[in-house]
Design a protein around this ligand. Structure first.
Ligand code: FES
Length: 103
């Protein structure tokens, strides 16, 4: 094993799972996870925060699989959030930015 520093101090995880048609569980991917990840990445880049402060990574599954929205997890928060990737993307961005504000 080898240990290296992380690329960023914080990481947002976005579920990008795409299951095969007819799968037992629903998938977040078709509900807009990639568009949400790209939106967050661009907004964070525009603010000079990408990599230096935070990154957004796509993962296969966060284990919730609600089919009601895209599952994501914020740094330092053990809860999994289910969001409308289109309609709530600004709220997600606000939450991400609030995590980077000094207290
Ligand atoms: S498919 Fe997204 S949480 Fe499982």
């Amino acid at each position: 094993m080898k240990c290296v520093p992380p690329a960023s101090p914080s990481l947002v995880l976005v579920c990008g799972m795409h299951r095969k048609p007819g799968a037992q569980n629903p998938s977040c991917g078709p509900l807009g996870s990639e568009d949400l990840r790209r939106f967050l990445k661009q907004e964070l880049k525009d603010r000079g925060l990408w990599r230096s402060q935070i990154r957004v990574a796509t993962v296969d599954c966060l284990g919730v699989c609600s089919g009601e929205g895209v599952s994501l997890q914020f740094p330092g928060d053990e809860r999994v959030w289910i969001v409308d990737a289109k309609g709530e993307k600004e709220q997600v961005l606000e939450r991400v930015l609030s995590l980077l504000q000094p207290e």
